[in-house]
Design a protein around this ligand. Sequence first.
Ligand SMILES: [Zn+2]
Length: 333
Amino acid sequence: MGSKIVEVHPGIYEIFLPLPMRPTIINVYLIDCHGAWALVDTGMNSPESIATLEDAFAQIGLKIEQLNTLIATHHHIDHFGASGELRRRSGAATHIHQLEAARAARMLFFGRTSSAERPESRPFFLKHGFPIDEHSSDGMRPAWMGTQMYFPVTEPDHYIADGDIIEVGDRKFEVIWTPGHSPGHNVIYLRKEKVMIVGDHLLPKITPHVGIYPDADADSNPLGDFIDSQRKVQRFDAELILPAHGGVYQDHRHRANQIIEHHRYREAEMLDLVRNKPQTAFEVAQQIFGGEERPIFHVMAATFETLAHLEYARIEGRARKLERGDRVLFQAL
Ligand SMILES: [Zn+2]
């Protein structure tokens, strides 16, 4: 068997697909359902990724055209970017959460405008201290946006929701809704096999981005959701954890605790900064993540991740929000 595909459990294959950004690899999972084939996540719709997927399939005598079912953990480009192409070629029934399908459609629309150009965005950036007018709108979005590399299914065959069981051949895929990194993110659980396909929710080495963006609802608390989703997966028994980035591993309960602890520490660092001097999310982000020269897209992500921490702290009663002119400052309580 070649290096791009590994059988990690009987009939469950891990396939490594290339990404033109960091992390540089996404793992997707192909499952032999004995009479049918399912794929969890798709990689990007780049020629390199599709060719790698074809090669990996060929090593076990399979063609993309033979796929029966596509299940997505969430709508991000590395997870769902090739779904349109794979469904076009195979007719595979495509499953994703409704919130994610809506985001995929919106992402296509955003491909034509940058967040800085959208009328609702500018006040949001300024409110949180982000000097949006100093940056070209092109820098505010990833290079793949608006290209064929993102070719998602926007009208899936099935919307999936918490507790659903997708039956394919002799396998049962349970849907565990894990909002946080994305509002409709799902972990896919094979109860009998004790295998958990965790998408970006429980990565072994890194923590996924959790941020509050201009289009978020006023009361949204994605970091609170993310922490709750970490506790939620701890209630399920699993012996093999299959992440979207990094190696497969065993102890998801331990990893969930580490991730919760990481965010607790981050929040404490941020609250220390705003204990005596109220500051905007941007100012806090510059001190926590800043320093060296970074692409403005990363500065934006750091700002919105910081905002998610500060809002979580506020909702939990550890910080408050102060309106100063058209700015919002946070202060530790
Ligand atoms: Zn993601």
